[in-house]
Structure formats: C-alpha cells, structure tokens
Design a protein around this ligand. Structure first.
Ligand SMILES: NC(=O)c1ccc[n+]([C@@H]2O[C@H](COP(=O)([O-])OP(=O)(O)OC[C@H]3O[C@@H](n4cnc5c(N)ncnc54)[C@H](OP(=O)(O)O)[C@@H]3O)[C@@H](O)[C@H]2O)c1
Length: 400
C-alpha cells in the first residue's frame, strides 16, 4: 500500500499520473494537486481507475502540509515548477514524507541553476529519516543513471562525458517550447558552462556548437549549454576529466529566440506597462503555444544519451548510451509529446524505487548516488528502452 501525492497538473504531471495509475501494485492511491483544479480534473478523467484531485498553491507551505496530512501521503512527486522546490521540501519535512522532483530549485528573480539550496537540506532530511530524490526526469535523471550504470558495469575509469539531447520533433509552429516556456527560455539564454580538470569554464550563450550523428535521427547541430546534472556528476564520477552538455536547436527556433532576446521579450526584470508591472518572459509565455497542446501535432523522435569515453580492462573505450522516443507513440499512450513523456516516466520510476524500498535511504540524493540496476531495468519495462552504441576510441564524433 502506498499513497502518492503528485503536485503539478502540467505536461509532465499528466504523464506521471497516467503511469502511476497504470501501476496500482505500487501506487495504490493517487492524489493529483495543482494550482488550476480544472487541469487536474481533465487528467483524472483520462487515467486508468480513480484518482483524487485537489486545488493547491504549493508556494504556501501550510496548505501543502495540510493536504499531505489529509491525504495521508507517503511520498510527494513534485512536477510543478522549480520555484516550488524549497517550499515543497519544507512541507515534506514538516509532514514527515519523502520527496522527489525533476528540476533543481531556481529563485524566480535570478536564472541560476545550483543544487546548493537543496543540498543544504541534507542534515534535516537525514535526521528526520526521510529521503529527497533530486532530478528524477530524463536530463537530469536518466542521464545521471546512465553515467552510474557506465561507471558500475561498462568502464573501469570514465574520463569524458558529453550529454547529448536532441529533440527532432516537428510541431508545425514557427516557435514553441516543448516544456514550460519560462523555464525553457531561462535555461537556453543562460551562459554555457562546462567542467574540465576540476574547473568550471564559461561560454557565451549558444556560442559553441558541434554536429553529432544521432542514432535513428541523423546528423544534428547541438549547442553547448549549462545543465544542472553537470554539477552533481562532476562530483560523483570518479576520475572524470571533462563533462559537457549539448542540446540541438533548429534554425527557426534560434532565429526567433535571437529576435525575442534582442527586443527584450526574454527578460526576467519587471517593466512598467500601462501602470502595471509585468515580467516580459511571463508575458511571452502567455502568447506562446501551451506545451500540452503540442502533443497531437508533434511528429518525429527524441534521442538523448551520454557519449562516454574512458578505459575498460586497460583499453580505451567510447560508447553512446541512449534512448530514442517517438512523439506520436507517446501521444497515443498518454496524450503527451515525448518531452513530457521522457520526464514523467523517470519520475514514476524514481518514485517506485523509493516506495518499494530499493532506493530508500535518509538524506538528499542525486540519481547517480543510487544503484542504477533496478532503474535501468524499469526503463526497459515502462516505455524508455535504452541502447548502447560502441565507437572506435579515436573516432572524432563531435564535428565542428
Ligand atoms: N529533468 C527533466 O528532464 C525535465 C524536462 C522537462 C521538464 N522538467 C521539469 O518538469 C516540471 C514540470 O514541467 P511541465 O512542462 O509539466 O510544466 P507545465 O506544463 O508548465 O506544468 C507545471 C504545472 O505546475 C502547476 N503549478 C505552477 N505553480 C504552482 C504552484 N505554486 N502550486 C501548484 N501548482 C503549480 C501549473 O499550474 P497552472 O496550470 O495553474 O499554471 C502547471 O499545471 C518543471 O519543473 C520542469 O523544469 C524536467
């Protein structure tokens, strides 16, 4: 018997609700809570069997504590926005339940991606005997588990990791983002950053790019970006010399983004408009297509994986450990496109590891700190099968 409270009825929340509702031997009772009740209602009407719903503003810690207690939850799966991470962690501590999220905390007024704020909860979760599992989406999430699996089974030493994220889906809009536009644009317009020989190196936003031949998708140009899993993986992978993150973008996306940036529409500082303060990026979010509406119209695939270079039994080895996911197959299964699907499925699988005791331990953890094996098995069972492609150790795979 386990009772799970899902917070956030957006694109990712829909997938988590569908997947948990289809696995009642683990998730016996489910409550989906969100700011807008009608969105939770819609999802509840689609999923298998009955789930409860509730209206909740998760910025209000006492409201979240009251809901956790009245529903008698064992675990909170937080798939609202990164702004709520700390408030929901506080509520979990007060109510005495485990916590899981898919994105690290961001203060609303600064686009900074750091685990520091959440790692600071280590002592409190440990002494309460509770677990907080951070970043159980795809990237972060599956990419961290891929690295842990490679470290455990495929390499004696890992020297270089390049995380490559390609969404080759076409939604037919001139410009749209596949997950929350505000979070997505904040991430993409931030300076690039990677870790090499113990040091962080910074690059201008989207100024460094390489081409990579993605399995089943083909040659795509990927841009160096900072991504939160670099922070934890650079600490937890032994012998690592360099780790970088790359994401592909089409020309139309980049051109629109440049124009929007140039005219100030991606700013997060308030501006005065007709006697009212507005934040340009929040206004832009209202104008852009709702990511949830992209599901029925997105065709094509995503391919996300880790290109890993290291040593096995004294010989150099280079592999790409990856998953390919098809937008239309996801839509047929859970009424969402692949970007929400590849995030929601790992959130459900991470929750399963906690609730079945496979991963449960007191403290705050990143995914690579847990045993990758049960999670990797579950990826194959629950819709995100992975594959390994071997390359010659000297092949130049990231072309200028
Ligand atoms: N790790 C990964 O691979 C990965 C990939 C993609 C996304 N993510 C993360 O997944 C999360 C969800 O993304 P998404 O695309 O599903 O976003 P979304 O479609 O915008 O959904 C967010 C949902 O949270 C609700 N919400 C916002 N603030 C709330 C509050 N204070 N209290 C209660 N509910 C609140 C929203 O309510 P309203 O409907 O009222 O606005 C919305 O339903 C984000 O944190 C994102 O960064 C992670």
């Amino acid at each position: 018997m386990s009772r799970v409270l899902i917070i956030g009825a957006g694109g990712v929340g829909r997938v988590v609700a569908h997947k948990c509702a289809a696995l009642r031997e683990v998730f016996t009772d489910i409550c989906l809570a969100s700011r807008t009740l009608s969105k939770a209602q819609q999802i509840a009407s689609e999923v298998k069997g009955e789930i409860e719903i509730a209206q909740l503003d998760a910025d209000r810690v006492s409201d979240t504590v009251a809901l956790i207690r009245s529903f008698n939850a064992d675990l909170v799966i937080h798939v609202a926005l990164p702004y709520q991470d700390l408030a929901i962690m506080d509520a979990c501590l007060e109510a005495g339940v485990d916590y899981l999220d898919t994105a690290n905390y961001e203060p609303p007024d600064q686009a900074r991606f750091e685990y520091r704020w959440q790692w600071d909860y280590q002592q409190r979760f440990q002494s309460a005997g509770l677990m907080a599992l951070l970043g159980s989406g795809f990237d972060p999430g599956v990419t961290n588990v891929f690295c842990a699996y490679a470290q455990k089974h495929l390499f004696d030493e890992i020297h270089e990791v390049d995380i490559l994220d390609c969404n080759a889906g076409d939604h037919g809009h001139p410009f749209a983002t596949n997950f929350n536009p505000e979070i997505n644009i904040r991430e993409v317009t931030a300076p690039g950053r990677y870790w090499e020989q113990g040091q962080w190196k910074q690059t201008e936003p989207l100024s460094v790019s390489r081409e990579f031949d993605f399995p089943e998708v083909g040659l795509r140009r990927a841009y160096l970006m900072y991504h939160e899993e670099l922070e934890s993986l650079s600490l937890h992978l032994k012998g690592l010399k360099r780790i970088r993150f790359w994401m592909t973008f089409g020309e139309a996306y980049l051109n629109h983004l440049k124009v929007l940036e140039n005219v100030g529409m991606t700013g997060i500082e308030p501006v005065s408009f007709q006697g009212q303060e507005i934040i340009p990026l929040q206004f832009l979010k209202v104008l852009l297509p709702d990511p949830a509406s992209l599901g029925p119209r997105t065709q094509g695939q995503t391919c996300i994986g880790c290109l890993i270079h290291g040593v096995k039994e004294g010989k150099p080895r280079r592999i790409f450990l990856y998953n390919v996911c098809d937008h239309q197959s996801c839509y047929q299964e859970v009424k969402s496109q692949a970007v929400s699907y590849t995030t929601g499925v790992p959130a459900m699988i991470g929750a399963k590891q906690i609730l079945t005791g496979q991963w449960r331990q007191p403290g705050v953890f990143n995914m690579e700190q847990c045993d990758p094996d049960p999670f990797m098995n579950d990826l194959n069972h629950f819709g995100l099968p992975w594959q390994i492609k071997e390359f010659g150790a000297d092949e130049e795979l990231l072309q200028h």
